[in-house]
Design a protein around this ligand. Structure first.
Ligand code: TXD
Length: 319
């Protein structure tokens, strides 16, 4: 059987970590692509030299040519720039929108059958734009944010309850950013809902509210510490979980930015919702019942995503 091929567009911090994880997990052969010459080649060579010690046999190559992503089964996109001091959100949108255009066209021309996971920020707008530019079916283009946001929430909850993070499951819906919606009712420790754990006196509403707030600004907390970049280990791990679910037809239920067609009363917009990922990509969007507060928060989140899309359309009228 032919090996899977994983193409990573963007060979920066997340791209390099993705390549390392994909090699260690034996997901397939790996192509690291970047516009900067030397970086993808250098990282590919460095990673290839882990093979004998780690015992993996993935072929890892670096490239500046889209032709090399031909036939990729999974493509993970981290290409773009981060916001620098003095740069407005629209400046950033304008630059990354152009990057998504180049990436979308590269994918359409070379790997139109791939399952595409977008990570580039601002996520909910970039995944939408990437889908538009690539023309791939909506079920084959998905955004990574919810798995990361949920794993941050899980980590903080595990610390709060002094339990293994493995036993914590939580749901974070909505857009990636300050408006994300951590849903406490569906967050559990080994099936016990967090509100029940509060009733048992194992935490308080105030402490859980503080954890929700910390989760919302989880990315910013790391940026403030690192100073020169943003989180990359957990973002990479999260995207790899999505890729594994697709490649193995695992049908995992994961919160992802997916295109909605009426679910949650939202149409034609990428929003973070629970989805099932299997061999057909996003196979189902799961609609969970939300209380009034969560519904209101989700609406705020959706409005923020709509505003971003309007800004994209103003920058690139072809959208
Ligand atoms: O939850 C989430 N979705 C996120 C998103 C969590 C963390 C970080 N998130 C965003 O991911 C972040 O705001 C960035 O937009 C992306 C990538 O983050 P990373 O930390 O990997 O950024 P780097 O190290 O700056 O890498 C970006 C690479 C860099 O090597 C550039 O040379 C390359 O992208 N780049 C390009 N590659 C291909 N094609 C084009 N046009 C291009 N432009 C830049």
């Amino acid at each position: 059987m032919a090996r899977n091929k994983i193409a990573l567009i963007g060979a920066g911090n997340i791209g390099g970590t993705l390549a390392h994880l994909a090699a260690l997990k034996g997901l397939g052969d790996i192509v690291l692509f970047d516009v900067v010459e030397g970086v993808p080649q250098g990282k590919a060579l460095d990673l290839s030299q882990c093979a004998s010690v780690e015992g993996f046999d993935a072929k890892i190559t670096g490239s500046n040519d889209y032709a090399d992503i031909a036939g990729a089964d999974v493509i993970i996109v981290t290409a773009g720039v981060a916001r620098k001091p003095g740069m407005s959100r629209d400046d950033l949108l304008g630059i990354n929108l152009k990057v998504m255009k180049a990436v979308g066209e590269g994918i359409a021309a070379n790997a139109p059958d791939a399952f595409v996971i977008c990570i580039t920020n601002p996520l909910d707008a970039m995944v939408w734009a990437l889908r538009e530019f690539s023309g791939l079916p909506h079920n084959k283009v998905v955004g990574m944010a919810g798995v990361l946001d949920s794993s941050r929430f899980n980590h903080f909850l595990a610390e709060e309850f002094n339990v293994s993070a493995k036993d914590v499951t939580s749901f974070v819906l909505g857009g990636h950013g300050d408006t994300m919606v951590p849903v406490i009712e569906y967050s559990t420790v080994a099936g016990i809902p967090v509100p029940d754990l509060i009733k048992q006196g194992r935490s308080t509403q105030e402490r859980i509210d503080a954890i929700v707030a910390r989760t919302r600004s989880g990315g910013g907390e790391i940026v403030a510490l690192l100073k020169t970049g943003s989180a990359f280990y957990a973002p990479a791990t999260s995207a790899i979980a999505m890729a594994e679910s697709y490649l193995g037809d695992k049908k995992r239920l994961l919160p992802c930015a997916a295109n909605l067609t009426g679910q949650y009363g939202i149409d034609n917009l990428y929003v973070g919702v629970p989805v099932i990922i299997g061999k057909d990509g996003v196979e189902q969007v799961i609609e969970i019942a939300l209380n009034d507060e969560a519904k209101a928060n989700l609406n705020v989140s959706v409005d923020a995503v709509k505003e971003l899309l309007d800004a994209c359309k103003a920058i690139d009228p072809s959208l």
